[in-house]
Design a binder for this molecule. Sequence first.
Ligand SMILES: Nc1[nH]c(=O)nc2c1ncn2[C@H]1C[C@H](O)[C@@H](COP(=O)(O)OP(=O)(O)OP(=O)(O)O)O1
Length: 204
Amino acid sequence: MDATDLPPGLDGNLVEFVKGGCEFEWQSYTKTRFYTNAFVINGNKLLLGFKKRGFGANLYNGFGGKVEPGETSAQAAARELKEESGIDAPLEHAGVLIFLTEGTDWAFHIDVFSAHSHTGVPTETDEMRPEWFSLTEDSLNGNDDRLGISSSSDLPSIPYSKMWADDIYWLPHLVEGKKFRGRADMVKDGDQFIMRKFWFGAVC
Ligand SMILES: Nc1[nH]c(=O)nc2c1ncn2[C@H]1C[C@H](O)[C@@H](COP(=O)(O)OP(=O)(O)OP(=O)(O)O)O1
């Protein structure tokens, strides 16, 4: 894909999965803040955390936070995973997401990581309550959550309606092991954020 067709902030040889909000302009920004987000898979289970406080409270997400000065994003991802869930995992880089929120001039740059094994027992912390979810096909692609039916396994389905709006567009690709990139410009709708303009794609 021609780099000039990509949202500002993304580059490389990318193939589009999905886009929306074509009638809007991309929001401009002058600063970038670096964050991480880590997802641990164990066979047909995915570990998510219910965020108890702070930005994104009451949503399920991977484990992550700010990259501190002097840290690489991989180091930050491992530290945040341990701090928020009590486990260690051999994290690998899976994707990059750029998010903007209305009224700010800075972008979240989120390095997303995944792992297929871990050591330790996921443990609730002040910030996150870890829970395992089913990775059956209907759970992963959001059919179960959309239809409000429980998963065919003994674990709950992935709770997309209680996650950031963008997650359903890239989480299935992360689980399939595809590297991805994406950007979403968010606006506030009541007490939640919805995507005004977005683009998600795979790295060739
Ligand atoms: N639209 C979005 N979709 C998504 O899946 N994750 C998002 C997101 N916007 C932000 N995040 C993630 C990135 C990161 O893992 C988390 C925000 O980190 P935190 O709230 O933990 O940051 P803090 O500023 O509290 O940093 P720490 O104090 O270092 O934890 O939310």
